[in-house]
Design a protein around this ligand. Sequence first.
Ligand code: HEC
Ligand code: HEC
Length: 460
Amino acid sequence: MKTQAPSLRQRLSTLAALSLLTATTCPASSELPSGSGCAFDLRPGEALPRLTLTDPGNHGWIIQSSPDLLTWSTAQSLRVFNGSLRTSILADGTGGTRYFRALHVPTPDAALSTEALALNLPTPAANFANPLLPPAFLVPPISNQDNTPANNPVTNAGATLGRVLFYDKRLSLNQTVSCSSCHQQAHGFSDPAKFSTGFQGGLTGRNSMGLANARWYQRRAFFWDERAATLEAQVLQPIQNATEMGMTLTELETRISAEPFYSTLFTKAFGSSTVTSDRISRALAQFVRSIISTNTKFDTGAATAFANFTAQENLGRQIFNGQIGPATCTACHGTDNFVPGPAINNNGLEIPYIDKGVGAISGRAQDEGLFKVPSLRNIALTAPYMHDGRFATLEEVVEFYNSGVVDHPNLSPPLRRNNQVLRLNLTTAQKAALVAFLKTLSDTSLPTDARFSDPFRYGP
Ligand code: HEC
Ligand code: HEC
């Protein structure tokens, strides 16, 4: 049996005590679809309340005002696109005591959900297809590490569709989580939390991976344990993962088909409005491949013999390259893209490994602790570090390589010397220099580049 919601007057009377000027009320939570919320708050010194709405279902809301709780007139019509809206209430100019209430309009108003109203997309479409790449990216080895398949090249319209999908919370069952919840632009498309929170509050088993330059990786495979052979296969997995987004591909297609603006976006990307999970996968993969980071202090340096580096950064670069001291970082974080070549590696984090990485899939002892390493580009933005997020800072990572590598039977050869685990024995100044070098790999435009940002309009 449905619990009787308190009457409007009861709810208002409790709130009226908060202010002499205004009283406010939201629909009872039992009257709202799951995942929706409504709250007013009145700040000191402000005569009118502010309203915060959460409504992943793209519904309309009406704000009404009344002088006496008897006659109500509509003060504002609002629409929530993809999540949340925060707005100030408009006054109607009559002064005196005002009461406000928010009403939820349950039927989605298809007419309002156009590309122009719901999305903030540039015309013509942003350039994703022809990024300006530094010279080193155009020749081997990096050019050979490009995992773009011949049948899914990046197009401007395809990556634009991928961008909208990447930020759309409807990709998760209860419409609370999007790809961007765990791959945040400001954090190099990674998650500052050790483990990420899925749609029902559950935690992922591993640290989220930064996505910049995922396009270049010689072994092509994706995830820490490389269990997805292609990016096209990978992007559908979080959507179906029971902790992350909890959807089926059929539900996904139904839901995306129901959103009017997607017909326009699918037509531009693929020539017709038909929504299929294959097209969703292609578009998401195109967007992820277009997240390219080449605008760093390191890139400027690579073109100018590192004249732009401080003495400390140059020392760190030489330690990283093995020109000063015994470090072998480039053996596993090589090229101007800082990724391994043909090998997948064990860097001796622990013994035994709690998370066996590739070994958990193959069941073979010789695969225990083998993990993919994403590019070190933007590494200063993607803390915490390693598959389990065990290190909070780059200083901790450097100290680990300096003195903490564990003698695991699968430890990759570059981390051994004369049958012993390699100890770097760096001085405090050298460790600080190595950290300073790693910070030159941060992109100065990527964290705020509008092409990769949330395209949803959250306003009315
Ligand atoms: C709830 C958090 C969460 C959500 C939502 C999520 N991811 Fe991830 N993502 C992760 C975690 C954690 C990993 C590493 C998992 C592993 O290796 O087992 C990961 C790994 C990846 C990788 C692998 C990168 C590489 O270099 O191998 C890609 C690509 C990726 N996610 C893209 C996406 C896309 C696209 C979406 C939306 C469809 C998405 N993710 C949604 C948490 C999330
Ligand atoms: C033998 C190969 C190897 C060498 C040499 C190596 N690394 Fe790594 N590195 C890895 C692997 C493998 C991982 C991921 C391990 C995991 O998460 O289980 C990793 C992870 C990292 C990470 C964290 C990446 C992230 O996204 O969380 C940083 C930073 C890093 N290494 C820096 C360095 C530095 C600096 C050096 C040199 C002092 C170095 N590495 C030497 C293989 C290596």
